[in-house]
Design a protein around this ligand. Structure first.
Ligand SMILES: NC(=O)c1ccc[n+]([C@@H]2O[C@H](COP(=O)([O-])OP(=O)(O)OC[C@H]3O[C@@H](n4cnc5c(N)ncnc54)[C@H](OP(=O)(O)O)[C@@H]3O)[C@@H](O)[C@H]2O)c1
Length: 233
């Protein structure tokens, strides 16, 4: 069984890659920073010597790099069982004040990345008549909040992408799940002062993804929305 997880050198993506490797999946991970990626690969491989860990430095905001990444995955693995479109960046802002070009940048990393990689890997899943695609949305996909700015726009768009994909892939037996976490303790929050117990551990996002995958094949968890007990920060 093979899984592709984007943006997996740290945070939620790394937790998902670790969980899937523990469950016996070969994992493909990517990120921009080659050093952090190599460290993540080494850690996952050491904990799970029986699985293959492929790690590729990719800027998921660059379409040409996404297409080359997809090509490499397809030349290495003959099937894809799980695709997690997780790569994303969080830059708070307000639409009237944020820097010019931020929307374009966030659309490329948070939305077009998932669109292009999914389009490249989908034919294989369609041929298999099997597969599970997870799209890492956010509570910001469901409602606006102060300083959401372009990030909120992109996460709404990703949820739209995910819902359309779900409908489109019904005839091919491919499951699609939108995952919408609230505050989760990762580097995304660096510099932001908040008590750690007001945030969810990234391992919980990995565990809920595994739970959704593990259900009967005819069951599709279409949407997962998670928040810390005390709500958003
Ligand atoms: N943490 C939260 O509270 C929270 C809540 C809701 C949703 N989310 C979503 O969950 C996802 C993961 O967030 P996180 O908090 O785990 O972030 P994180 O700790 O900052 O990790 C992000 C990962 O994505 C990679 N990445 C970033 N930009 C990339 C790009 N252009 N191309 C390839 N890889 C890239 C990073 O590596 P490099 O920087 O080296 O590229 C890193 O491996 C995001 O989509 C985020 O919007 C997070």
């Amino acid at each position: 069984m093979n899984a592709v997880i984007t943006g997996a050198s740290k945070g939620i993506g790394k937790a998902i890659a670790e969980k899937l490797a523990q469950e016996g999946f070969n994992v493909v991970i990517c990120a921009r920073s080659a050093d952090a990626l190599a460290a993540a690969k080494a850690a996952i491989q050491q904990q799970n010597p029986a699985v293959t860990v492929m790690a590729e430095p990719v800027d998921m905001g660059d379409k040409a790099q996404v297409l080359a990444f997809a090509k490499k995955i397809k030349s290495t693995f003959s099937s894809i069982d799980i695709l997690v479109n997780n790569a994303g960046i969080f830059i708070p802002g307000s639409i009237h004040q944020e820097a010019d070009g931020l929307l374009e940048k966030l659309m490329a990393v948070n939305v077009y990345s998932a669109y292009h990689l999914t389009r490249e890997l989908m034919p294989l899943m369609i041929q298999q008549r099997n597969g599970h695609i997870f799209n890492m949305c956010s509570t910001a996909s469901h409602s606006a909040y102060p300083n959401g700015g372009s990030y909120g726009i992109t996460k709404h768009a990703l949820l739209g992408f995910s819902k359309n994909l779900r409908k489109e892939l019904v005839p091919y037996n491919i499951r699609v799940t939108s995952v919408s976490p609230g505050p989760t303790l990762t580097a995304s929050w660096e510099g932001f002062e908040a008590p750690p117990d007001r945030m969810m551990p990234p391992e919980d996002i990995a565990n809920i993804i595994w739970a959704a995958f593990s259900l009967a094949k005819q069951t599709v968890v279409e949407e997962i929305l998670l928040r810390p007990m005390l709500g958003d920060i």
